[in-house]
Design a protein. Sequence first.
Length: 158
Amino acid sequence: MYLSAHEIAQGRQLSLNNFQTASAACVSASERLAELCARLGHRQLDMLRQSGGMPAAGALLSDVQHQSAEWLGELLGIIGDVQQTVIVAGAAQTQVVDRLLMTVLDRARSTSPVEALPLIAAWRHGIASLEAGLSEWAERARHAAARSSPAPAADAPH
């Protein structure tokens, strides 16, 4: 009824891969946010240099309004990419745990008394239903990432 050492090691490795995927998405987002902030700072410095000092309030406001929508869109894109990658990695991690749990339930089913079989079947059905919902959610996140981002989506975890 217990998991073998190989099954535990495989589950651990898959878990580490999923956490690495989520961590890489966060690191990538940090880099992209730093680049965005640097571009914002450079743009403001360039504006100060071109105007020979503090620009007129109207010119400053006009530039800020013009650029803010673009920066906000890029910021939301970065946040969305991270969120989608974390959803996909979380669903993949849930699949790892579910596979291990299903293996244990299969082994328990073969050694349990008949009275326990309906309970084991209910657990299996619940896990399968949860798995289907999470898979659909992760698939929607993948499709949303593909539609909204010109950059390639993060590698799907296993």
